[in-house]
Design a binder for this molecule. Sequence first.
Ligand code: CUA
Length: 270
Amino acid sequence: MPKLLNKNYYLILIISAVFGISFWIGFNVNLLPPEASINAPIYDELFKILFIIGLIIFIGMTIAVIYSLFKFRKRKDQFGDGIALEGNLSLEIVWTIIPSIIVLIIGLYSYNIYDRMGGMKELNHSHEMIDSSTEKIWAGISQASNNEVASNNLSVEVSAMQFAFLFNYPKGEFISGELHVPVDHKVSMKMESKDVIHAFWVPEFRIKQDIIPGQPTILNFTPTKVGKYPIICAELCGPYHGGMRASIIVEEESDYKDWFNKNTKTEVSL
Ligand code: CUA
């Protein structure tokens, strides 16, 4: 049966091409904004894998649909109904098992990524701003990046309200509408909402954390790239939710200190 062999050969060729193209696009086409924090490359690893899986399915399905449209189209002399097909156990087993395995792998990998981003850390230990244990702090991302100078953390208190973010620098005793941070320094934020649920999202940092009334949340991050990035509220919080934005300005340490000293009432550095 040389014909059957031929058919399988083409099928293997097409499947290999679909995988090859998907991997090539996945590794060479970047749809995400610049990576500007330690978290970003970790997160993007997961995105790449999901993107490649999506591409394999999308390209494969498209080819199958187009092939079927031509191959199984109605011919001139055909007038009857198609064959009555009802169930195919082996096929159903295959298309249940394959997605199950994919979902399981993605689940385990996501857990691993979240853990590497610090999502599984006990937050109460690392955060200096939380004085007493009377306060219940909810989870958040807390990078444990190679134990860098914990005392050197920049602490900022974030207040969210309809429809703005305010940033309190406790060491400088001032409040700012813009979040200024020094590059390559760990920033530790304690976030509270004055009214409804908001969310602090910086796409370039690949971080997003809810801000909940009556229940402070913590978010730690380390910016790695100087620049100005948008802070976007990512939780529908009222009619002007879409306008609830602020900016984060990542600066060289000296520029940050200048800005800080210009605003502070007390003369402390960092
Ligand atoms: Cu605050 Cu949406």
